[in-house]
Every structure is written in C-alpha cells, then in structure tokens.
Design a binder for this molecule. Structure first.
Ligand code: NAI
Ligand code: MG
Length: 485
C-alpha cells in the first residue's frame, strides 16, 4: 500500500487506522479532483503517537534515546540518501498534493534531503561547555534533548518545513510527533515509510494527519509534549502558544510576513527585476518569506513598475505538472481569499500595473489566481499591511533612506527584508535598522540555504529555525556543578 491510497497515520513505524475511522479527501488543486483520502486524526490518535514517541525516547533509555550522537548522524545521513533515492516520486507527490510547479517540487525535495544531510553532520558537534567558576568546582553544561517534540506543519512547503523542523529535532535526539496540514501530507507520509525502512526506530517519528482544530489542537495541548514548533498563520500561532502555555512548554513560532524589498536608484535593476518577480511568484506567493512589497526610490519608481509589469505580463499560470511560472493556490478557500484581495483593490481604484495569463490547458475547476502587480499602494492599505499569501505584489515609492526604513518597518510583521543598492555604507546602516530576522542585500533568499538561521520578530513569531541555531532550540541546557575539594 502506498500512502496515497490509504488513510492511515504513521505511528510506531506502522500504518495505523484512525481511532474514529473517519477520513478526509485529498484534493488536487490543479483540477479540484479528489485523488486519495487521509486519516482524520483526533485526540486519541495524538495520544497514541505521543506514547510511542515517549517510549522511543524514554529519558535517553528508549530505542531512539539510546542512539549516540554519531549513530544519530549516520542514520540521518541514510534518511537524506533515502530522499535522494526517491526524489522524483516525492516531487511528483508534492506537485500533485500542493499544485506547485514540478520544478519547485523538485527543488523542495533537494532541500529536504539537504536538511537531513546538514543536521546529520551537526549531530556530533552539538555539545555543552565547561565554565570557569570558584576554586574547588568544575562546572559544565549539558545539551539535553527535550524528549518529545510536536511539529505542526503548514501546506505551502510540507517537505522543506518538515525538514527544517523535524530534521533538527531528531538530530538533537528528540522523538517527534508531527501533524501535517490537512491540505498536504502525502510526501511526509511517504518519507515516514522511507525513514522506517532506513532504520529509524519505531516511535522516533510519528505522523498523525487531520484537521488543525482536532489533531493539531490535541497535539498543542498535550501535557506530555516537551516542545512545540509551529509554522502557519499568526491567529493559529497564538492558539497553539496559549495551549502550550497551559503546560508551560516552549514554542517556536514562524508566522509569515509582509516582507519588503527596497530598491534604491543606484541599484542594478537588471539583476533586481527577475529576483523581485520570483520572490512573489514562487509557489504562487504562498511563501512565508515572499517579497510581497516592493518599495522603490522615487527617481526609478516608474521605470521599476514598468519593468515589473512587463515581467508579470509574461508569467503563465497552469497545472503543477505543466511546470509553468505559477501553479494554482492550495484550495478553494485560499483562492477566494486571494482573489478577494485583488477584486477589492481593483474596485477601490488601485492601479493594476500588470497581470499574468492563464494557460489554455488549465482546468476550469483548478484554484488559479492570475499574478497581479499593483502600483502606488498606500502604506496603510491592506495590500501593504496584510499577508495575502498569493501572487500579488504591492509597490510604492519612497523619498529617502529614512522614508524607506519607516515604510519597510511599518507593518505588524518582521520576517525578511531585501535591499538593492550599491552603496556599502547604506547596506550596513539599513541591515541594522530593518525589523527582520533575515536581511538580503542585492539578492533575496540566498538560495534558501538550510545553513542560514531563519525566523521573525513582531507578529512574524519567535525562535529560530534552520542552521545550527535551530538545534539549540531543540535542546534544553542543564548545568552540572561538581565540588571536588
Ligand atoms: P493555519 O495557521 O490555520 O494552518 C497551519 C497549520 O496549523 C495546519 O497544519 C493546520 O492544520 C494547523 N492548525 C490549524 N488550527 C489549529 C489549531 N487550533 N491548533 C493546532 N493546529 C492548528 O493556516 P491556514 O488556515 O492553512 O492558512 C491561512 C493563512 O495562514 C494563509 O493565507 C497564510 O496567510 C497563513 N499561512 C502562513 C504560512 C507560513 O508559512 N508562515 C503557512 C500557511 C499559512
Ligand atoms: Mg493537497
């Protein structure tokens, strides 16, 4: 049985029927067809998964808890290889499940493998310190796994977000319970099967599928989860953090953004324009770090808008498998939400500078939205303030550096910022002033490097994922003081 043809959780390395017997349809966003069913998990399924994870860890004595750092690293390298060996199958599943263009699904698969490779190499470099203290003492810190970690994953980049979260948690020695999004689970279920075959002990990785308000809420509130990591909307992030707070459990939240790209008159526009377009078009704009605002110095504003409009006019939208510039958005609700932003802004008379086109082959029943760039969007407008999570770009002019910083920082979010200028002193000044967890100068995203710590400030959340920093978040520090004279 392949995961796409059954409706089961993956608990203790076994396909496990949902306690309620209920299922959920899996819809292909490219044509709206149901092509599989998922298990609709509830609190009983979460309970079984948490118990399996606890037994696997068991304070360092369980079958997974006993793995030394070196052994964990070797096993994680096998998981990376398993992804590489099944890359095309995983990419095709991700493409169908999310509607993303095949090239994006392939890139996601490569990143997924890379997370396991990176964290494989990090397992045996994660260590505590010895601290200078009073005479007669030796003091050290131990980096301990939390134990059982919970992971609530969104639908936009299932493999990448699972990789950065579960990859780091496993590397630090935790056993994991994962609740993927109801809209995109299939690649992760397939991975769980591959991980078991590669030798990951039962209970080290458990996946319970289902709705957020059922399985997700049960996971966030479970008293025997030691840490929760969540990526998704600010509203759900608050609900998850409040549930975890009742048990005084730490949480990492990554809640998206309204990330600006600032283009100064001295920028290399030839280099900037394709990057500005890709930063909002990638994954149909359903990217937490999407560059959804372009702020341009007045002197080059009109030229930049014209060039963006020309680039948007060339964009083609169609089924994921057709591998065009843009696929559908994830579901009918998201389509209505994104189209609602566009229609409202048009109705208010906001200036549409350019749109893409729908490929003739795109089924009517798919969840397509035409990429749209709006010019001169007022800073207080919802298109300049709210995360649309679709292929919608808002541009606006700025007068000088101070104005640019004020506009860039003038939203509730602070995830990523892009800066295009050749002026080195300005690059350094602005990198410090921008409210963001990542600042990219004369590029955007730096190729998405798994090595680069990622996370936000303000309503974009807290805690850091990716890089070595993420490993630290999946441990707790224990101080051991020894008196010896
Ligand atoms: P969401 O935040 O509700 O869903 C994300 C995950 O949380 C899913 O796995 C979902 O099942 C789970 N979840 C939902 N309610 C829960 C609850 N009460 N307790 C525990 N888990 C729960 O986001 P949704 O509704 O899918 O998308 C709405 C908007 O959220 C998007 O338009 C976008 O603006 C934002 N979003 C941001 C993401 C990011 O990468 N930062 C990813 C997905 C959505
Ligand atoms: Mg799906």
């Amino acid at each position: 049985m392949t995961p796409a043809t059954q409706a089961a959780h993956f608990i203790n390395n076994r396909w496990t029927a949902p306690a309620s017997g209920a299922t959920l349809p899996v819809v292909d966003p490219s044509d709206g067809d149901i092509f599989a069913y998922l298990a609709r998990g509830n609190a009983a399924d979460i309970e079984a998964a948490v118990r399996a994870a606890r037994t696997a860890h068991d304070g360092g004595d369980g079958p997974w808890g006993r793995f030394s750092a070196v052994e964990r690293g070797r096993l994680m390298m096998k998981l990376a290889q398993a992804v590489v060996d099944h890359a095309e199958e995983l990419a095709l599943l991700e493409c169908r499940d999310t509607g993303k263009p095949l090239a994006q699904a392939r890139a996601d698969t490569a990143s997924f493998a890379r997370y396991f490779e990176y964290y494989a190499g990090a397992c045996d470099k994660l260590h505590g310190e010895t601290l200078p203290y009073q005479r007669g003492y030796t003091v050290m810190t131990l980096r301990c796994a939390h134990g059982v970690t919970g992971h609530i994953i969104p639908w936009n980049y299932p493999m990448q977000i699972f990789g950065r979260s579960v990859g780091a948690a496993l590397a630090a020695g935790n056993a994991c319970v994962v609740k993927p999004a109801e809209d995109a689970c299939l690649s992760l279920l397939k991975f769980a099967e591959l991980a078991a075959a590669a030798g990951l002990p039962p209970g080290a990785l458990n996946i319970v599928t289902g709705f957020g308000h059922e399985a997700g809420a049960a996971l966030a509130a479970h008293p025997d989860i030691d840490h929760i990591s969540f990526t998704g909307s600010p509203a759900t992030g608050s609900v998850v953090a409040q549930a975890a707070a009742a048990n005084h459990r730490p949480v990492t939240l990554e809640l998206g953004g309204k990330s600006p790209q600032l283009v100064f008159a001295d920028a290399d526009l030839e280099a900037a324009i394709p990057v500005l377009v890709a930063a909002i078009i990638q994954n149909a704009g359903q990217t937490c770090s999407a560059g959804s605002r372009v702020l341009v110095e007045e002197a080059v504003h009109d030229e930049v808008v014209q060039r963006l409009a020309a680039a948007f006019a060339a964009l083609r939208v169609g089924p994921g498998q057709a591998d065009l510039d843009c696929g559908p958005v994830i579901n009918a609700r998201q389509r209505a939400r994104v189209q609602g932003y566009i229609d409202q802004a048009r109705a208010e008379g906001l200036q549409v500078a350019g749109t893409g086109t729908l490929a003739a082959a795109a089924p009517q029943s798919g969840f397509y939205v035409l990429p749209t760039v709006f010019a001169n969007v007022p800073p207080a407008h919802r298109l300049a303030q709210e995360e649309v999570f679709g292929p919608v770009l808002a541009t606006a002019p700025f007068t000088d550096e101070a104005d640019a910083v004020r506009l860039a920082n003038g939203t509730p979010y602070g995830l990523v910022a892009g800066l295009w200028t050749r002026d080195g002193a300005r690059q350094l000044r602005m990198a410090r002033k921008l409210h963001a967890g990542q600042v990219f100068i004369n590029n955007y995203g730096a190729g998405g490097g798994v090595e680069l710590p990622f996370g936000g400030v303000k309503h974009s959340g807290y805690g850091r994922e990716k890089g070595f920093e993420a490993l630290l978040g999946f441990t707790s520090l224990k101080t051991v003081a020894i008196r010896h004279d």
